[in-house]
Design a protein around this ligand. Sequence first.
Ligand SMILES: [Zn+2]
Length: 246
Amino acid sequence: MELPSDFAERGRIPLIADVTSILREKTGEEVPLIAGMEGPASLASRLLGTYNFLTWMIRRPETLSQCLKVTGTTCSAYAEILSEAGADAVCIVDGIAGPDMLDPRHLNALIRPEYESFCRSGKGIKLIHVCGNSTSILKTLSGCGFQGISIEEKVTDLQAAKKLVGSKTKLIGNLSSSGIMLNGTCEEIKMEAQKCLEDGIDILAPGCGIAPKTPIKNIRALVEARDEYYLTGKIRVRTHHNCASP
Ligand SMILES: [Zn+2]
């Protein structure tokens, strides 16, 4: 397997690069533009099939390692294209590398080297999102050089998580996307946001991808919670009155 030399011209890549430039122009300087992409492990598992990916991890680690080198290089090349197009940060999502799917020892042996080269490649901020309870791999991920790690609500001890990642890596998250963000009231979102920030979250965000039917007012409540926390040190929670905006 190898990375095609005309990679940047293939498939939807030119289109996504154009979209990134348009969004860069529209968002202006104030809002950071974060582009998402699959990570080396997820990409390898899609190319090989999940069953092969997981069994080769144990039975054919050399073959898998060769494959991960190609997918790692692909991720770096794609991240470079997105950065050139105007993305401030690139966030890889590598669900299959999380401890729910993979023994952290395998992450350390086979995937960590690819994360390290990814973080060193090109310009721009490198972030990672791992689904599930990622506590046991947080230290490894921050050691790879990611500037931010996006965590789900399944990481329950935020103070411990903060200690694991250290001061260089920012913790991003972790309000439940399928729970409170989708079904909660604005008050509940604000209370949860306050708890996240007080416990050590550096960048307030939903814990995973935003569910399609999430009410816009819930997303606004999250932004309001952040503004109130950083401007006044306290989030205003109205008990009888619902959200400020529809
Ligand atoms: Zn997730």
